[in-house]
Design a protein around this ligand. Structure first.
Ligand code: ADP
Ligand code: MG
Length: 245
């Protein structure tokens, strides 16, 4: 694992939201590294800074201080135009609320993720192949609201893959799904990681979902509280109790 290249690295990342006279310190010094092929789960209580971190990792928002390197490139060192291009080419986003455009067909929703940075148009066959991965080739001409929520999230995953991203960033991708659909979406992400070595960073509240990954980063109050496996997170309170005896 250690010889693998780092797809993503942060150094002393801080984010302060300034809202009127109030400063909200959302991230307070995050140092982390994600290697190619990893599936990392980020856990932590609501408000601890998980979404803020993911948005900064994906270049959707800028840190107050500190650095983000994507494939070795410091996001702050490039122009807005290059950063936007990097975001489109290197990162596939999957959101809790899917963020599909409801007036467009499934095919158009996927095409647009390529058009947005001016890349070669995606052919109908390519869209079909992407939908095959998420078992929805037959829904090419449907609109999002004609699909179940689980299917909508699977379309969003296909869309995230359209530019062959170096990594997928998913913010509570199963947060709006029932257990059966959650399971399907998690299995898809897990298959992508195992079979296609797709690098994935996923925020989740659910320890069972986190277990799909190879590693868990636990956050608390804008900081990383621990790195480890899900088993260690579950065992830790037990260990602390037995040491106290
Ligand atoms: P999480 O995803 O872990 O629930 P967030 O990253 O959304 O946490 O939020 C971290 C902290 O930053 C919270 O206190 C939240 O209220 C605050 N916050 C998030 N976004 C904004 C914003 N756009 N403006 C002001 N405060 C924000
Ligand atoms: Mg969040």
């Amino acid at each position: 694992m250690s010889q693998r290249r780092a797809v993503l690295k942060t150094i002393a990342l801080r984010k302060v939201y300034r809202t009127g006279s109030l400063d909200v310190p959302a991230l307070q010094g995050i140092d982390m590294e994600i290697k190619a092929g990893e599936f990392v789960s980020i856990m932590g209580p609501s408000g601890c800074g998980k979404t803020t971190l993911l948005q900064i990792l994906g270049g959707l928002s800028a840190p107050t201080s500190g650095q983000v390197f994507i494939d070795g490139v410091d996001l702050a060192s490039v122009s807005d135009a290059v950063r936007t291009r990097m975001r489109c080419l290197k990162i596939g986003f999957v959101f809790q609320r899917f963020n599909l455009l409801s007036t467009l067909t499934v095919q158009a929703n996927i095409e647009i993720a390529r058009q947005i940075y001016g890349g070669e148009p995606v052919t109908r066959d390519e869209v079909g192949d992407l939908l095959e991965i998420v078992h929805l080739r037959h829904k090419l001409d449907y609109k999002p609201l004609e699909l179940s929520v689980g299917e909508q999230q699977r379309v969003a995953i296909a869309r995230a893959l359209v530019n062959k991203p170096a990594m997928i960033l998913a913010d509570e991708p199963t947060g709006n799904l029932d257990s059966r659909n959650s399971e399907q979406v998690l299995r898809l992400l897990s298959d992508l990681n195992r079979e296609k070595q797709q690098t994935i960073v996923m925020i989740t509240h659910n320890p069972e979902a986190a277990e799909m990954g190879n590693r868990v980063i636990e956050m608390l109050d804008g900081q990383i509280r621990s790195h480890g496996t899900v088993a260690e997170l579950v065992e830790e309170p037990e260990r602390a109790r037995s040491q106290a005896r």
